[in-house]
Design a protein around this ligand. Structure first.
Ligand code: UTP
Length: 297
C-alpha cells in the first residue's frame, strides 16, 4: 500500500445510541447535543476531527437525533436575525459551524450496538482507512488523539486504537487490551501490538490496565470482520468483537496516547469535563475558579 492511500481522510462518528446512562436528559434529546459549557458534546469531537486533518465526517444518527444534523447545517433565519442586530461575531460563529468540514449522515435503524453503527457507514467510507470517534467522548491534550493514532496508521499501515491506563478497580467499566511490545519505533513503549481485547473484565481478571478510549483508526478490512461478528453481550454487535478478529487476521496496534479523556455520556464524566473546560474559559474561567474556591466543601 502506498503512503498516499494510507492517509486518513474520513471519520465515522457513531451517535445513534439511546444514552440511557443520562436519562431523563436524553429522553427526547440526543446526548451528543448536551452542552459542555457552550458547545454540544459532538462539536468537540468534530473539532478534534478537523485538527486531525479529517476532510469528511460521517455521522451515524438514528431516531430522535435530528438536532445533530440541524446543528451542523446552515441556520438562515438565525443568521439574518443576528445580522439585523449587528451581531457580526455571532453570525460568524454560527456560520463557521456549518462550514467546518464536509458532513454526511447515515441512519442506524435500530441501536444494535457500536459495531453495527460503524458497519452502517460502510458505503460512505468505501475502500479506504477511516477514523472512528465516539460522539460522547471528549479528549483534550497537546495533540489531538485521532491525529496521534492516524500517524501510527499512516506509518505502519496497521489499524490502531487509542488506549489509556485506568485504575485496576475500574477495568470492569472498559474494554481492556491484552498486548505485547510493538516493533521498535518512535513511539517507544507507548506503542503496543494487541493480542486480544476483553470487554469489561472484573478486577483481577483484566489482562492489563490499558482501556480502550473511544478513538480508532481502522483499515476497510474491519467491515468484513464486522460482517462476521455475531451479536454479543446485550444482543448488540460489539466493535470489540470485530477488533479481536482484526487483531488476529490483520494485526492491530494500540497507542497509549498523550491526553486526557472524559466519558461525557456518563453523568460524572460529563460534570468533570464541564468543570475543567469552564475553568479554562477566557471569559469567566477566573470567576468560576473563585466561585469553586468559595464553596464550603
Ligand atoms: P455508548 O454505549 O456510550 O452509547 O456508545 P449509548 O448506548 O447511547 O449509551 P448508554 O450506555 O445507553 O448510556 C458509544 C457511542 O456509540 C454510539 C452512541 O451514540 C455513542 O456516541 N452508538 C451506540 C451507536 O451509534 N449505536 C449503537 O447502537 C450504540
Amino acid at each position: 500500500m502506498t503512503q498516499k492511500s494510507r492517509r486518513v481522510r474520513k471519520a465515522v462518528l457513531p451517535a445513534a445510541g439511546l444514552g440511557t446512562r443520562f436519562l431523563p436528559a436524553t429522553k427526547a434529546q440526543p446526548k451528543e447535543m448536551l452542552p459542555v459549557v457552550d458547545k454540544p458534546l459532538i462539536q468537540y469531537v468534530v473539532e478534534e476531527c478537523l485538527a486531525s486533518g479529517i476532510e469528511n465526517i460521517i455521522i451515524v444518527t438514528g431516531r430522535g437525533k435530528n438536532a445533530i444534523e440541524d446543528h451542523f447545517d446552515n441556520a438562515p433565519e438565525l443568521e439574518r436575525f443576528l445580522e439585523n442586530k449587528g451581531k457580526t461575531d455571532q453570525v460568524e460563529m454560527v456560520r463557521s459551524i456549518s462550514n467546518m468540514v464536509h458532513f454526511s449522515y447515515t441512519r442506524q435503524k435500530e441501536p444494535l450496538g457500536l459495531g453495527h453503527a460503524v458497519l452502517t457507514a460502510r458505503e460512505l467510507v468505501g475502500d479506504e482507512p477511516f477514523a472512528v470517534l465516539l460522539g460522547d467522548v471528549i479528549i483534550r491534550g497537546p495533540c489531538p488523539a485521532t491525529r496521534q493514532i492516524a500517524e501510527v496508521y499512516e506509518e505502519t499501515g496497521i489499524g490502531t486504537i487509542a488506549v489509556e491506563p485506568v485504575p485496576a478497580e475500574r477495568t470492569h467499566l472498559y474494554g481492556v487490551i491484552d498486548a505485547q511490545p510493538a516493533e521498535p519505533s518512535r513511539w517507544g513503549q507507548r506503542l503496543l501490538r494487541v493480542r486480544n481485547l476483553v470487554e469489561k473484565p472484573q478486577p483481577g481478571k483484566a489482562p492489563s490496565n490499558l482501556a480502550v478510549t473511544g478513538r480508532y483508526v481502522l483499515p476497510p478490512e474491519v467491515f468484513d470482520c464486522l460482517e462476521r461478528t455475531s451479536p454479543g453481550s446485550g444482543g448488540e454487535i460489539q466493535l470489540t468483537d470485530a477488533l479481536r478478529l482484526m487483531a488476529r487476521e490483520h494485526g492491530l496496534c494500540a497507542l497509549a496516547y498523550e491526553g486526557k479523556s472524559y466519558d461525557a455520556g456518563d453523568k460524572l464524566g460529563f460534570l468533570k469535563a464541564t468543570v475543567e473546560i469552564a475553568l479554562e474559559n477566557s471569559e469567566f474561567g477566573e470567576d468560576f475558579r473563585a466561585y469553586l474556591r468559595g464553596l464550603k466543601l
